[in-house]
Design a protein. Structure first.
Length: 228
């Protein structure tokens, strides 16, 4: 597998929209060079934003290492659907022509590509957004801790509120819904037994009014937990 490095390519957008070879869903393609090592980094469930929303490998300075191939999701922060593989031309050719049994689909719908590319444009034009997301996520985590709720120190946008029993998480989900807060409710087998939780997702544009609504919902969840 050839190694690669990222270089700007003005034709990447048109190739991605047409479903042809390249780094679909990105405005950069990866040029091959002679490798010493190979590697695959799966970013589909990465929990770190990186300095510019690029994820853990960029933050760890591994994205530019020889032989690295990245798989990414387009259905989370980009607000699109599906995913993409960022690799050298030989990698993309292999996936498209001889490795179809390993992938669900080798071409995204044009609308999905357009949505993903629009997200890339937003990140490039507003590079401060990932930092805003991290700030809001830390504010949510601090808010939860002050209310006596268990959470983690977020490295990305997701802030888990651990409630323990499945029943407690389901009741908390009803409380937050009644108070106008959207949050995932994770239960086994998605999480270990006894670790059911709400999953808040921070946004860069959360306002003070939004935070007040979330605080009210978390306060009610904390009160519910105390009475259990």
């Amino acid at each position: 597998m050839p190694a690669m490095e990222q270089t700007p390519d003005p034709s990447a957008r048109s190739r991605a929209a047409a479903g042809t070879r390249g780094a679909a869903g990105s405005e950069r393609v990866l040029r091959a060079r002679t490798p010493d090592d190979d590697g695959l980094i799966d970013l589909a469930s990465d929990d770190r934003l990186g300095p510019a929303g690029d994820g853990r490998p960029v933050e760890a300075a591994t994205a530019a290492e020889p032989g690295v191939v990245r798989t990414i999701t387009l259905s989370a922060s980009p607000g699109s659907r599906g995913g993409a593989v960022l690799g050298a031309p030989e990698v993309i050719e292999t996936l498209m022509d001889t490795a179809r049994s390993f992938v669900l689909d080798t071409g995204l719908l044009p609308g999905s590509v357009a949505t993903a590319l629009a997200a890339v444009d937003i990140l490039q034009n507003q590079p401060e957004l990932p930092g805003c997301v991290r700030t809001r996520a830390k504010e949510l985590a601090s808010m939860a801790r002050r209310l006596g709720l268990e959470t983690d120190d977020p490295a990305g946008a997701v802030v888990p509120i651990v409630l323990g029993p499945t029943g407690a998480a389901l009741r908390a989900a009803l409380i937050r819904a009644e108070r106008g807060v959207r949050a995932g409710c994770l239960r086994p087998p998605s999480v270990p037994a006894g670790r059911s939780c709400l999953r808040l997702t921070a946004r860069a544009n959360l306002s003070s009014d939004d935070l007040a609504v979330i605080r009210g919902a978390l306060t009610a969840v904390a009160e519910m937990k105390v009475t259990m």
